[in-house]
Design a protein around this ligand. Structure first.
Ligand code: FES
Length: 102
């Protein structure tokens, strides 16, 4: 495991995401509230929409372009089961969001 700090937890409001880059990789990081953060790929697999600009509904992020949903834990999409996003373990340590890079 390679945990890398990618953002300040305080900089990402509850229910929203942020685009971050670390070690040459780009991610979307989401704050689901209660200290729960999720990290996913940043591009929507539908038409490359910016997932970090999406919003959370339950345990899913909704793409801002056409409203497709992606589960933050599995990467699965209920609108189109053929689409998935990458998901990465995320945690908060001393106020910093860390992502376990692949
Ligand atoms: S680009 Fe994300 S739903 Fe279309």
């Amino acid at each position: 495991m390679t945990w890398v700090a990618v953002a300040s937890a305080a900089d990402i409001p509850v229910g929203q995401g942020a685009f971050v880059e670390a070690d040459g990789l780009a991610f979307a990081v989401f704050n689901a509230g209660g200290g729960r953060f999720y990290a996913t790929s940043h591009q929507c697999p539908h038409e490359d929409g910016p997932l970090a600009e999406g919003w959370l509904e339950g345990a899913s992020v909704i793409c801002p372009w056409h409203g497709f949903d992606f589960d933050l834990t599995t990467g699965g999409c209920k609108v189109d089961e053929g689409l998935t996003i990458a998901v990465y373990p995320a945690r908060v340590v001393s106020g910093r969001v860390e992502v376990d890079l692949p």
